[in-house]
Structures are given as structure tokens and as C-alpha cells.
Design a protein around this ligand. Sequence first.
Ligand code: ADP
Ligand code: ADP
Length: 226
Amino acid sequence: MIHLYNVTKIYPNGVQALRDISVKISKGEFVFLVGPSGAGKSTFIRLIFREELPTRGQILIGGRSIIRLKRSEIPILRRNIGVVFQDFRLLEDRTVFENVAFALEVLEYPRTEIRKRVMVALDMVGLGLKAKMFPHQLSGGEQQRVAIARAIVKNPRILVADEPTGNLDPMTSREIMDLLAEINKKGTTVIVATHDREIVDAFQKRVIALSQGRLVRDDVKGAYAL
Ligand code: ADP
Ligand code: ADP
């Protein structure tokens, strides 16, 4: 499903964020991307949804190169990839419902379809009763659930999350990660960049470790550290 071939990313300032990374992630996998700050985790995530382009190497998603996409093809890629960030990135002047609906409005879905899908997504994340609230009326964990609903409402085949629990306490972090695991069980490929040692150790999923831009470990049922 996701193939990186000899991917190197050098930013314009000369920083080598990724060095010759080759990795294959199959459909339906759950993968943790671990490593210290600056290891290249965010860059890896940003390459997958084409927020950045690699300097060298190839990236295939569903068998297609995402490097040479035409401008008009980028929305199709993004429709298939849901993205969740550490800082939620919700629109503060819009309700929970509107935040999630926005993802479909930009894709020009019909209103009735939007309503139905948004409510399904909010029920999935346990926020069906808070649709009319605004982000500031919610806890951090609830705000992250809204962000997850927004990411999955398009039914993407891939969900990527960059430090999704970075701003949350341990118990809430566990709940958010359980939710991502539940989404994965329904068939979505999930990639989570994280510093959260406790969660990675508890989940026993595939662990890809980066260090200074290099892939240094890839374990089928790994722990945070060796
Ligand atoms: P991580 O997510 O593991 O902390 P990043 O991918 O954010 O790692 O960063 C890897 C390296 O690339 C770091 O040295 C970081 O400072 C650098 N970097 C990240 N984004 C940019 C950018 N937009 N421009 C220049 N350097 C960047
Ligand atoms: P996080 O630590 O949450 O993964 P980062 O620190 O990697 O986030 O990146 C936050 C933002 O700052 C990103 O948009 C990234 O492109 C930018 N950035 C990170 N490091 C650098 C850098 N050395 N030079 C310029 N921009 C950077």
C-alpha cells in the first residue's frame, strides 16, 4: 500500500531529515514511527500526504507514484489519507459538527450525505452528543477525537498521526490510541509517529525506529526501545 524506495529528504537549509529510507507498509497495518526529536518522524509523515516532496527516491501509494502527481490529482490522494496532528488544528469559531463537515464540504459532497457521514464519524469517536459544542468547550482528549472524526469522515484508506497524544495526559492518551487501533481494525492502515514509550510497549505493533534520518530498526511486534 505504501512503498518508500531510497527516500532522502534534504530541506532547503541543508538539513538531511531522511537518509535513504526504504520501507513497505501493507494494507491494514498499524505502524508506530519512533525516535528522538529531530529523527525525521514528522518529515516521514509529511512526505506520505505530500506536504513535502523527497529530494531523492520514490514513494508509491496504492502502486502509484505520488511524486509526479499533477496539481489536480493531489486532492484525490488527500481524500485517501486522513491526517491527525499533536495540536488538533480545529477551527475555533466552528462547532464540532462544522469542523468535521468542513472536510466534506471542500470535496463538494451533498448536504444530506455530509450530515449522515459526520454523525457516523462523531458516533465512532464517542462525540455524537457534543456536535453543537465549540472546541474550547471540550477537553484536550475530546478535541483530538474531533480531529480524528475529521480525518476519518472521508473514509480514507490511510490514517497518519503525528504525535497525536503529545498534548494529552497518560489516561487520555491511551483512550485516543485505543480509538486509532479500533479504526485500524476496520481496515484502515494507520501510521502513528510518537514519543510515547508506554503506549508503544503496551500495543505490541510494528515499530519503525528512526535516528538522525536513518531507519535503524523495523520490528513486527516491537517495543519503543531495544
Ligand atoms: P521529528 O518529527 O522526528 O522530530 P522532523 O522530521 O521534524 O523530526 O525533523 C527532522 C530534521 O529536519 C530536524 O533536524 C528538523 O529540524 C529538520 N526540519 C524539519 N522540518 C524542517 C523544515 N521545514 N525546514 C528545515 N528543516 C526542517
Ligand atoms: P513536531 O516536533 O511537532 O513534529 P516540528 O518541530 O517537526 O513539529 O515542525 C513544526 C513546524 O516547523 C513544521 O511546519 C516544520 O516544517 C517546521 N520546522 C521544523 N524544524 C525546522 C527547521 N529547522 N527550519 C525550519 N522549519 C522547521
